[in-house]
Design a protein around this ligand. Structure first.
Ligand code: FES
Length: 125
């Protein structure tokens, strides 16, 4: 059912846990399955220098979080705002149709983290 990449990211997830010095956090959930994903980003000069996650969820949600934190590092804030769940699905070698929503959580968590970062910048000015 799952690709080797999904199983690999699920078994050995990258960038797990809170990120020290994170200045952007996004948390989203899916009401249907009850899974929750939290992404931590460290942004400097509008570039994502580091990323990590804490996800309470299914195998596909953990794998999506793990690969997303790998992919997002080095992106600018504006690039990250265009980040799509299809990129996550591709990087994982595909997801079963019933599990595509798990990759959508990753896209939403990143967008929410960046939104919070931008709001923080506005209030700091
Ligand atoms: Fe809901 Fe995976 S089943 S995020």
């Amino acid at each position: 059912m799952y690709s080797e990449k999904v199983i690999d990211h699920f078994s050995n997830p990258h960038n797990v846990g809170e990120l020290e010095g994170a200045n952007a956090v996004g948390e989203v959930g899916n009401a249907r399955c009850g899974d929750i994903m939290r992404m931590y980003l460290k942004i400097e000069d509008d570039v994502i220098k580091d990323a990590s996650f804490k996800t309470f969820g299914c195998c596909a949600a953990i794998a999506s979080s793990s690969v997303t934190t790998d992919l997002i590092k080095g992106m600018t804030v504006d690039e990250a705002l265009k980040f799509k769940n299809a990129t996550v699905v591709d990087a994982l070698g595909g997801l079963p149709p019933a599990k595509v929503h798990c990759s959508v959580l990753a896209e939403e968590a990143i967008k929410q983290a960046i939104g919070n970062y931008k709001k923080g910048q506005e209030t700091a000015q």
